[in-house]
Write a protein that binds this ligand. Sequence first.
Ligand code: BEZ
Ligand code: FE
Length: 283
Amino acid sequence: MEQFTEMVLARLNCKDERTKAILTKLITHLHDFIRDVEPTEEEWFKAIDFLTRTGKTCTDKRQEFILLSDVLGVSMLVDSINHRNNNGATESTVTGPFHASAPPMEMGSMIAKGPELERGEATLVRGKISDINGNPIPDAIIDVWQSDDIGYYDVQEMGQPEVNLRGIFKTNPDGKFWFKTIKPAAYPVPTDGPVGEVLRAAGRHAMRPAHIHFMIMVPGYQRLITHLFVKGDEYLNSDAVFGVKDSLILEFKLNNSASDAKALGFQSPFYEVEYDFILNKIN
Ligand code: BEZ
Ligand code: FE
């Protein structure tokens, strides 16, 4: 049977070395996996049916293959390989399926609209963007998105305003930014498709701990895609997609100052969270 793998590999006639290296490893590991597991034909057909249904679940709004990669820990493995020399820059994590185009907003704007704004716990998010030497970066584009107070994104069409809890900000000359929002909630990754079957078969829950997504873009710097997680969330140690890094867990502190609240147009008390992002230059 080993010779069979050799024969399949011998047929490779790739135009470039990288493709050859990838296909060689793919075939070798796949054959080893099959020899190891010895699936019945029924199990093999089940696997093909699973992959077929995973593909059919993908639309322009839903990417079931990325979700599969996320829950199997593959996305975070790719992330750790690609960011292993980060020179003290802010750590990255998964993008997830809920990024969507958002409007540019004035510094300090409230990104929550509609009933979420009434129900949610008011939160001020602020920070600074700088390079690894501590130099502030002005005009950095900060694209933010998050779930509402009950764990839904606007794109999940749960009766939220069309564009909600997302926005694009640009840092000031001193590299600083701030915006107003509501405290995000933990939520389940979608489980109504084939990936849900995997989670159930594995006896795992689908929850992600509460977080705010950030994508930070500056010409000449590596794009940073990350989250800020809410300290104390019950799912920090069991994130369904393995995306938590300790350096990204932050305390959302309660501010009891009535005058601070008034200045922001908030009811007192409100939450505050502060984080300084550090970006790596493109090599
Ligand atoms: C998210 O954080 O939005 C997310 C990430 C991976 C899978 C599902 C959701
Ligand atoms: Fe998310």
